[in-house]
Design a protein around this ligand. Sequence first.
Ligand SMILES: C[S@@+](CC[C@H](N)C(=O)[O-])C[C@H]1O[C@@H](n2cnc3c(N)ncnc32)[C@H](O)[C@@H]1O
Length: 205
Amino acid sequence: MRSYGERFPIFQSHIDLAHGHWARIVHPGAVVVDATCGNGHDSLALAQLALTDEQGHLYGFDIQSAAIANTHKRLQENLSQARLERISLHCRSHSHLAEVLPKDCRPALIVYNLGYLPGGDKSHTTMLESTMESIVQAQMLVAEDGMVSITCYPGHPEGLREESALLELVSALCPQVWNCCHHRFVNRQRAPSLLLLQKGGYGWC
Ligand SMILES: C[S@@+](CC[C@H](N)C(=O)[O-])C[C@H]1O[C@@H](n2cnc3c(N)ncnc32)[C@H](O)[C@@H]1O
């Protein structure tokens, strides 16, 4: 039997990669943000890492009321009442991140799973301009040592624009402040990729 159990390969998708990194950054009692709630899979994973009955908070955003409703339902089915009270879901664009989060709120992790809901209306995909606006706010808001995690979907035209623009933005960040890493499956054409930005790796410039 393999030492890592039945699951092989151990990183089957960008989601496996992302969740492994999130678990290293988020401790119980942390503040976390899901900037694209969708069907709530990521929100639930974040809530399970960050929330206790007494501490932590999850802020969630999506522009579709159906996505907020689906996320709420998934969280309700899986979390205690005390933890549900530590969650705020907003049917708003993540470009309002700084406006919605309480002043002095410094999330340990801000997560973007870009694109559109699988099986949903593709016209509700994330768009380059509002994504960039939000990512710039996330960079300012995220805690020292915290992380911004962005899953990009270059398999569709807007997703490819987003990935290219984000890579350009991130490539120019000061390496004394930001530790940036781009994971992609090199033998899968246009597969989703994972962009991670950790703040404060080497001290301030
Ligand atoms: C790939 S799905 C997210 C999947 C989700 N994280 C999950 O675990 O199910 C992308 C979501 O982003 C949402 N979205 C698009 N533009 C947005 C924006 N400007 N602000 C917030 N959410 C947005 C879409 O409505 C869609 O639900």
